[in-house]
Design a binder for this molecule. Structure first.
Ligand SMILES: [Zn+2]
Length: 235
């Protein structure tokens, strides 16, 4: 029987698998935007690693997201890398895929383009014998659903002749509140993450190192209760 190229599991399955003897050396790669969910995965993995090790991450910088948001995500990831290094002695290595477009066309909105951008952008950077971690949480697989996401990923991995790639949905059983609680338990400072879609200039210079502040109105801001509750949970 043909061996499956892509398997799917939770993080628990992966740790069980890695304790087996005789299996190929596997590596981890976190698809990391700098939002709460993928940042939690980065922190969880780093907390289980030996000091001096490197955790690989990949980010997609695409103009579908506002320049301000991209900037704040980048700042947040840098802060997180410093936090992880200080707390766990693990180095976060970032690969940032930049997709530029200077034509008249933009990705359409409302047909799940974001997931396709990330899928298409990360595939060329993958290796065989890899655990690739996606920060999807409960009910968060995009419009097409989990099965279609896995199927699409599998076809692309097959086209690349990749072997033994495991998609890990570490957080698929968590809701946002649980993610925030886990981040709080790991003592992740709230300025190590960014979620607002439309950051606005910070007129009062409240945080002098930040260029922008959350709008408080976009969907992620509302989901995260305008930042106030999140900030208080994380401090
Ligand atoms: Zn916002």
């Amino acid at each position: 029987m043909k061996k499956k190229i892509v398997e799917v599991s939770t993080s628990r399955d992966v740790s069980e698998k890695s304790s087996e003897t005789g299996t190929a050396q596997r590596s981890d790669l976190v698809v990391w935007s700098g939002g709460c969910d993928s940042t939690l995965i980065v922190c969880q993995l780093a907390s289980k690693m030996e000091k001096g090790k490197i955790l690989e991450t990949i980010t997609v910088k695409h103009h579908q997201v506002s320049t301000e948001k991209l900037r704040m995500e980048a700042i947040s990831r840098e802060r997180m890398a410093i936090f992880i290094k200080a707390k766990y002695g693990v180095t976060i290595r970032q690969t940032i895929v930049c997709i530029h477009s200077n034509g008249n066309m933009s990705p359409s909105i409302g047909e799940n383009p974001q997931a396709t951008i990330w899928l298409a952008a990360v595939i060329p950077y993958l290796t065989s014998h890899l655990n690739i971690h996606f920060g999807y949480i409960k009910d968060d697989y995009g419009r097409k659903g989990k099965a279609d996401f896995i199927k699409t990923f599998g076809h692309m991995a097959e086209y690349r002749d990749l072997k033994d790639v495991k998609i890990v949905f570490d957080l698929e059983r968590m809701d946002k509140k649980t993610v925030l609680k886990e981040l709080s338990d790991l003592e992740v400072p709230d300025n190590c993450m960014w979620w607002c879609e439309y950051p606005k200039a910070d007129p009062e210079g409240y945080v002098s190192t930040d260029l922008f502040t959350s709008c408080g109105k976009c969907e992620p801001c509302v989901t995260h209760n305008g930042g106030g509750e999140v900030a208080s949970m994380l401090r």
